[in-house]
Ligand binder design. Structure first.
Ligand code: ZN
Length: 247
């Protein structure tokens, strides 16, 4: 990284496992088609609930520990040192502020989700792993708070309105833009990102066959609470793929 290669990473004080998971999350979400050159994933500081960690503005697949920056709960970097930050960082700060249970936030524009952002059809769970979609993901209408009309979330007020639309849900879709997906850990946010995208594709396929019999709200609630008996299985596989491709 030019100009900063010699400096110690800002995240050096953190648990190495936390750093490794956040770096892996960036790479896995790219590998799985949830993030592309854009979008971002952050994690709340494990030692300070009023801080979170997010990369500088760059493609997620290329993020290294040196690129992770610390932010306060207002969405401002603690010490960016001239590094460029995401202007949509207020998505993260306002979700962390309003949801104390949330430990990781993903913002993506993944292609499978966009049809559900822009239509009246709700994204609803097709299978057990997507039970976190509950009775259907809410849709946030940015036009109501977008004074610049550029369809981007650039201010704390816009981030706050988005967090309100998210409510207690795991996923909120943003019309004409993408989605925000939250988790109680980095790994859960990654899981939800991947299964949201997969569910969207399955739902579109099923719609071609006629009316869809979704998981009922009760089934979804039960599925969302179910802890897999091998929770590391998916993470191990997804991580293996990005470890090999980065060799
Ligand atoms: Zn965006």
């Amino acid at each position: 990284m030019t100009g900063h290669a010699a400096r110690q990473a800002d995240c050096a004080r953190l648990d190495p496992q936390f750093v490794e998971d956040l770096i892996s999350a960036n790479r896995i979400l790219y590998d799985q088609g949830v993030l592309d050159a854009y979008g971002h994933v952050s994690a709340r500081d494990p030692d300070d609930p009023n801080r979170f960690w997010l990369s500088r503005s760059m493609p997620p697949a290329l993020v290294s520990p040196e690129d992770l920056l610390e932010f306060d709960i207002g969405g401002e970097p603690i010490a960016a040192g001239g590094r460029k930050v995401f202007f949509e960082r207020y998505i993260h700060s306002e979700v962390y502020r309003s949801r104390r249970d949330v430990m990781a936030v993903l913002h993506c524009h993944s292609p499978g989700l966009i049809p559900f952002c822009n239509s009246a059809t709700a994204l609803r769970p097709m299978t057990q792993p997507a039970g976190f979609l509950g009775a259907g993901a809410p849709v946030f209408e940015l036009r109501e708070v977008d004074d610049g009309a550029d369809m981007l979330i650039r201010t704390p007020a816009q981030g706050r309105a988005l967090a309100q639309a998210l409510g207690r849900s795991a996923v909120v879709l943003i019309r004409g833009h993408g989605a925000v997906i939250v988790g109680n850990s980095i790994r859960q946010a990654v899981w939800r990102g991947i299964y949201s995208e997969m569910n969207a594709k399955q739902q579109l396929e099923a719609a071609r066959l006629g009316p869809i019999r979704f998981l009922s709200p009760e089934e979804a609630e039960h599925a969302a609470k179910t802890v897999p008996n091998d929770p590391a299985r998916t993470w191990t596989l997804w991580k293996h793929r990005v470890s090999r491709t980065s060799d």
